[in-house]
Design a protein around this ligand. Structure first.
Ligand code: SF4
Length: 366
């Protein structure tokens, strides 16, 4: 294998990774400039093994998207609707209660709650969504609201970001998802998601959450108009943010799905790009404990291969997913525990059922 990496011209990067060292932005650009996916994957795997050994994590989880009504108009979004538009919905607290109760028999560890910025719903509704879910399943980790939603809740309530987080924590919030980061590039932001947070604002909200003991995730939306340099800048900003707080758990590269968006003429990211993104993320983000290959977005086949290209987590059972399926995702809506274990075992990794904080639930040696 050393021979393959030597041939790629990336051996110095491999040596740094093997020594547990950080690589530079320019090293990251060299990885993007290379098409030697086998060598890049091997370097990523070296970092992955140092951090996570052969473990590959999955969880039993549930997604709830309380409303798809959104005041924003992000060009890449197939999920949102304007109020009153066909397909627009907002769930009552009773509906949310039913959705949680429907799956009470399952050992769900994490409930993921994100949605649109719905101005017709009062601040208290968003708090009560968390409280309702927590009341029914107090043992489950509630992972709710992106930084963009926290900023929106601050705006409609007149409260500070910290005060909003205090209210959510009092209602039962345990962790925060990593959405809304998109790409930390003012150029891309102006073109695709003008009304969202700047990189500094997104990071500040996560840092406030970390200071309150709330672990969070981070994402990057790739495969649209971003450049390789913008991808590297994004990863460097996240790495520096993690150096400050240490509160990020998982990085999730998210491929843009063009179907049903106003950017539908763009092609879907290829498997090659997906694997390159996962690998380079793992190599660059030496201080992130986990890199997720989100199977709903990548498809099961690529998610499985990604475990050998730097990823150590495939997400979970899900059951009902709206955001990527409204953007044309052809993946299934759910996977059983057995399916996830088999998918991981086949790759020679060790399936580890985890809770939201990566505490091990059950380990099955492959
Ligand atoms: S990505 Fe989020 S903020 Fe943007 S339109 Fe969609 S739901 Fe709204």
């Amino acid at each position: 294998m050393d021979f393959i990496i030597r041939q790629s011209g990336l051996f110095d990067i491999y040596e740094k990774v093997q020594a547990g060292q950080r690589i530079s932005a320019e090293d990251g650009m060299r990885l993007f400039d290379s098409n030697d996916i086998v060598a890049i994957g091997k370097i990523a795997d070296a970092r992955r093994v140092r951090i996570n050994g052969r473990n590959a994590y999955f969880t039993m989880n549930q997604h709830i998207n309380p409303t798809n009504v959104c005041r924003n108009d992000c060009l890449f979004c197939a999920f949102y609707r304007k109020d009153g538009e066909e397909g627009a919905y907002r769930m009552s607290l009773q509906t949310i209660r039913h959705k949680v109760e429907e799956r009470l028999a399952e050992n769900i560890r994490e409930i993921h709650i994100v949605g649109g910025l719905d101005e017709q719903l009062p601040y208290q509704y968003y708090i009560d969504v968390v409280r309702t879910v927590k009341e029914i399943r107090p043992e489950v980790n509630i992972k709710a609201y992106t930084a963009v939603e926290i900023a929106f809740l601050s705006e409609i309530s007149g409260k500070s970001w910290a005060e909003v987080l205090n209210d959510l924590i009092a209602a039962g919030l345990n962790t925060m998802p990593g959405g809304g980061a998109e790409v930390f590039s003012p150029r891309v932001m102006r073109k695709l998601f003008m009304d969202k947070l700047t990189a500094a604002q997104w990071i500040e909200i996560h840092h406030i959450a970390h200071s309150k003991g709330i672990r969070t995730n981070a994402t990057m939306l790739y495969g649209h108009i971003e450049t390789n340099r913008e991808r590297i800048d994004h990863l460097i900003q996240l790495r520096e943010a993690q150096d400050i707080s240490g509160g990020f758990l998982t990085f999730i590269p998210l491929a843009f799905h063009p179907e049903n968006t106003r950017m539908h003429k763009l092609p879907l990211a290829t498997g090659f790009t997906d694997l390159k993104m996962i690998s380079i993320s793992r190599i660059m983000l030496d201080n992130f404990p986990h890199i997720k290959a989100y199977w709903v977005m990548l498809g099961v086949n690529i998610a499985q291969i990604a475990l050998s290209f730097g990823a150590d987590d495939i997400d979970g059972s899900v059951v009902e997913e709206r955001i990527y399926h409204m953007a044309g995702s052809k993946s299934a809506q759910m996977m059983t525990k057995k399916q996830m274990q088999n998918l991981i075992s086949e790759t020679g990794h060790i399936p580890v059922e985890r809770d939201a904080l990566y505490n091990e639930i059950v380990t099955q040696v492959a």
